[in-house]
Write a protein that binds this ligand. Structure first.
Ligand code: B12
Ligand code: SF4
Length: 456
């Protein structure tokens, strides 16, 4: 029986995760998944995006015999992804599960897929796709389904170059036009090897850049060139470098303007040409993953792979002095072994934030994501105590934490005590950052829609 529908689901677990999807802004994978689905099947299927407000099942009722449901799974949404998959199968559909968690925990997912098959008394209607899909894995699965053949347990192809990624049909693209965040992939892979990061598990260590012509065509098709309402979110954790500069130059040369969001490393903070180009394109929120105020100490603790001695405060001041359109956001992780104990951990961070005056702050709890070096080390040390992946959302402690005392020795810390400092610390920061943040004045609409406060 020929396929008729493809529904792309973004599962959510708790309210924190839910907030990222329910405004209808699809995740970065939606456009390539939709494009490849439509390119590899002779009959063009509409690919609908279904964010999970906690009740995605209500939209996935049967009969789904001619439907494929594609589900993306991050580690914190893995259990929910599996739950949704079961319901789809029970209603007669087929399921393809892809994304970061199947890349990081392929073995777990292969067992889970078999379990779903046994529990739903079906065979071969669920498959797992670890890694990227541009190498042909998704096409292989879809072609099997289209021909009425059972799925293989998994399809995997190596990361490939990012040329000629097919775009979805105009009708499919219309579905996402108007969403506040327009996530666009310009490049993938990261040569840094930060111990806590999962990115290389899907995208590898080579930075691969999409040709600027392809990216600009996508922006045009998505109707985001020359507008002020929809924020182009470059889904590139390692933003910068020669391919990126070339893309930005072309955007500027063509006179395009739009608001944007980038995630640069602190090393990119010194790339004056990049900031100048971003500044001419439009209001830009640059969210730096700083992790700790004392980068050098972090590096010496072996947590970060950075090599240079960089002064973040001086870097931010220079960026802002020269570029009115650039706002600075900072990401911190609390709970690495390099931090001081107790109250001092927060005093140090607060003094640093006061000096930086960032326009937005995100604070998360250090999380040992599966497949990372951090997870391996902490597991060897017997420090991970919570293996329920629902809690791997940066909002829960899943490991025993330690801090450094005055002598530099590592000492166990009680997570309840850390929380007793963390919660008032966040409340104080919310008040402060709201006073100095320029995001509202810059009309960074997307962000104001979401975050009532500026510290999340
Ligand atoms: C943009 C981004 C966000 C955006 C959008 C979310 C998104 N998933 O797109 C926002 C700000 C909302 C966000 C929020 C969060 N994020 Co985030 N985010 C990213 C980031 C920087 C880029 C993701 C992206 O769009 N890449 C571009 C697309 C094209 O690539 P991709 O997602 O890898 O998809 C490819 C394949 O994986 C595959 N694929 C993916 N899904 C599917 C589905 C199907 C059916 C198929 C066939 C294939 C497939 O096909 C794609 C093309 O090859 C990544 C880091 C990174 N560089 O990958 C972190 C990352 C995904 N985020 C992460 C986390 C932890 C979160 C949060 C939990 C943070 C928090 N505490 O709230 C939330 C979860 C929200 C949610 N429900 O998704 C972690 C996940 C770690 C893990 N092991 O799960 C990552 C990897 C960051 C990191 N350094 O570790 N995030
Ligand atoms: S945290 Fe950022 S810089 Fe570090 S490895 Fe991950 S993507 Fe690369």
């Amino acid at each position: 029986m020929a396929l008729e529908r493809f529904i792309f689901v973004q599962p959510s677990t708790n309210d924190w995760i839910k907030r990222w999807g329910i405004d209808g802004s699809p995740i970065g994978a939606y456009v390539p998944v939709a494009g490849i689905t439509q390119a590899c099947l002779s009959q063009k299927l509409q690919v609908d995006f279904l964010p999970d407000d906690g009740a995605a099942e209500a939209h996935l009722t049967g009969p789904l015999t001619q439907t494929i449901v594609g589900i993306t799974a991050l580690t914190p949404t893995a259990n929910r992804a599996s739950e949704i998959a079961r319901r789809v199968i029970e209603n007669g559909g087929r399921v393809i599960i892809g994304g970061m968690d199947p890349s990081a925990r392929t073995d777990w997912w292969l067992k889970e897929a078999q379990k779903i098959g046994i529990e739903t008394k079906t065979k071969d209607r669920v498959t797992i796709i670890p890694g990227e899909i541009e190498g042909g894995s998704l096409a292989q699965a879809l072609q099997a389904a289209d021909a009425g053949r059972p799925f293989d347990l998994f399809y995997k192809t190596a990361p490939t170059d990012l040329t000629n990624i097919p775009l979805p049909s105009q009708e499919t693209i219309k579905e996402i036009t108007g969403a506040p965040y327009q996530r666009v992939s310009n490049s993938r892979g990261c040569p840094n090897k930060c111990e806590y990061c999962s990115v290389h598990l899907t995208a590898g260590l080579d930075k691969r850049v999409r040709p600027y012509q392809d990216v600009i065509s996508e922006l045009k098709a998505r109707d985001v060139l020359n507008q002020k309402e929809h924020q182009v979110t470059w889904t590139d954790d390692y933003f910068g470098g020669s391919g990126t500069i070339e893309l930005l130059k072309k955007i500027v040369e063509n006179g395009h303007h739009f608001p944007q969001f980038i995630q640069p490393t602190i090393e990119m903070g010194r790339n004056a040409q990049m900031w100048e180009l971003l500044n001419s394109i439009g209001p830009t929120l640059a969210q730096f993953g700083l992790e700790s105020p004392n980068r050098n100490r972090l590096i010496s603790a072996g947590v970060k792979s950075g090599k240079q001695d960089l002064d973040p405060i001086a870097i931010f001041n220079t960026i802002r002095e020269k570029n009115q359109n650039i706002a600075i956001g900072l990401n911190f992780m609390i709970g690495t072994d390099s931090e001081p104990l107790g109250k001092e951990r927060f005093d140090e961070l607060e003094a640093f934030i006061d000096a930086c005056k960032p326009d937005r702050v995100i604070i998360g709890k250090y999380t040992p994501f599966p497949g990372t070096l951090t997870a391996k080390k902490l597991q060897e040390q017997g420090r991970i105590f919570d293996f329920n992946t629902d809690h791997y959302d940066g909002e829960h402690w899943v490991m025993r934490i330690k801090g450094r005392n005055i002598k530099g020795d590592l000492v166990d810390e009680n997570t309840d005590e850390v929380d007793a400092y963390l919660d008032p610390f966040k409340a104080r920061l919310n008040e402060k950052v709201a006073l100095w943040s320029r995001l509202r004045d810059m009309k960074m609409n997307g962000f104001n829609v979401f975050s009532g406060g500026y510290v999340i």
